[in-house]
Design a protein around this ligand. Structure first.
Ligand SMILES: NC(=O)c1ccc[n+]([C@@H]2O[C@H](COP(=O)([O-])OP(=O)(O)OC[C@H]3O[C@@H](n4cnc5c(N)ncnc54)[C@H](O)[C@@H]3O)[C@@H](O)[C@H]2O)c1
Length: 349
């Protein structure tokens, strides 16, 4: 099928933000997602938008722009992916919803709970248009952990141990932004795995690594207590140096189940057996991003025919819940690790 014909039959997606994540979503949408195509790319840095588009487009009728508002309003754009900086998400979600367009926004909805609650009030009854990029739900490993819990493979779950390590933190990362931007993945996936909301948190940290400036507490260790009584430890360590390493173990009454490192090759040599770590989240979660985008595109296309919505995609309220838990973690950090209840819980359960 020629590019032009493909576009006529496809959901035409406008992508806002052409940095690491946006460029990755653009490539994934173009190469691996059926029924969707990249129609336009917006970035305040126009050269980035142009280069992301050029990497896939082959010169047909897609366009690059420095005007995200114009992209959202354009009638040739059916749906919007937002992958610009965290602080811009709420504004673009609002504009997309007001234009009546489905939107898949990268996490988080906004950097603070206040901003998230304001967004929720603005979006109101149109919340069904909003999906959120908590892609770990689509990772085949996490999906198998959830299935193991639900089929009783480890008995009643008692403890979860989560580890998220990265090579190095982005410039300007703070203790708070590490919680709202990075730990937030655990704050969504843990209650999703357990089907139980986080009700209380507490924050701790050892001395910082020599790679980190001392105002950014890295690593951090956060305990989450869910309503079902399960206790989860979450290590988040952005400057771990050796690779991108995501772990999760569920310990239950009759056994334990863990993610394995999704590698396809083992190297033997010099008296050692070894596997390689991904450098960042893009290769580690490539399959999850693809399945997430495919579920989102499928849902929008079948929705028009009146069919079911994805049971896995995160929604606006999942983002609100995660933001409330993140806020409690930040509060615990500001109070020397005091156990802190998640506020607004009754309202957002
Ligand atoms: N789901 C995940 O695993 C995951 C991983 C990484 C990043 N993210 C999220 O994706 C988003 C982007 O992260 P990134 O790592 O690609 O950052 P990045 O800095 O590489 O890219 C962000 C891009 O947004 C553009 N931008 C900023 N403000 C804009 C505006 N007002 N209008 C249009 N474009 C604007 C910047 O010019 C830049 O090109 C963040 O919200 C981040 O939290 C999610």
């Amino acid at each position: 099928v020629l590019n032009g014909e493909r576009k006529q039959m496809s959901l035409r997606v406008g992508v806002i933000g052409a940095g690491n994540m946006g460029a990755d979503h653009i490539r994934t949408l173009h190469r691996f997602v059926n029924g969707g195509c990249v129609q336009a790319v917006a970035d305040v840095d126009l050269a980035r938008a142009e280069s992301a588009l050029a990497s896939i487009d082959g010169g047909n009728d897609g366009w690059a722009t420095a005007d995200p508002g114009g992209l959202i309003a354009d009638p040739r754009v059916d749906a919007v992916v937002i992958a610009s900086h965290d602080a811009t998400h709420a504004e673009f979600i609002t504009a997309a919803v007001q234009a009546g367009k489905p939107v898949l926004c990268e996490k988080p909805l906004a950097p603070t709970l206040d901003a998230v609650l304001a967004l929720r009030a603005t979006v109101g009854a149109d919340a069904a248009l909003v999906s959120l990029g908590f892609m770990r739900r689509f990772d085949p490993g996490y999906a198998q952990l959830k299935a193991a819990i639900e089929t009783g493979a480890v008995g009643r779950p008692l403890l979860l141990h989560c580890v998220s390590r990265g090579v190095s933190s982005a410039p300007g990362t703070t203790t708070e932004s590490s919680v709202t931007n990075s730990l937030v993945h655990e704050l969504d996936v843990v209650p999703w795995l357990l089907s139980s909301p986080v009700v209380q948190v507490s924050w701790q940290a050892p001395s910082v690594t020599s790679d980190s400036d001392s105002s950014f507490r890295d690593p951090q260790l956060v305990l989450l207590r869910t309503a079902d009584g399960v206790l989860t430890s979450c290590e988040t360590f952005q400057n771990a140096g050796y690779g991108y390493d995501i772990r999760c173990e569920v310990v239950g009454e009759t056994g334990a189940v863990s993610l394995t490192e999704p590698t396809r090759v083992i190297a033997d040599g010099s008296g050692r057996r070894s596997v390689e770590y991904a450098a960042d989240w893009r290769p580690r979660f490539a399959e999850a991003y693809r399945l997430e985008l495919q579920a989102w595109v499928d849902e929008i296309r079948v929705d028009r025919a009146g069919q079911a919505r994805s049971a896995v995609l995160a929604r606006l309220m999942d983002g609100v819940r995660a933001a409330a838990v993140a806020q409690a973690v930040v509060e615990s950090f500001h109070h020397d690790g005091r156990p802190t209840d998640v506020k607004f819980l009754e309202d957002i359960r």
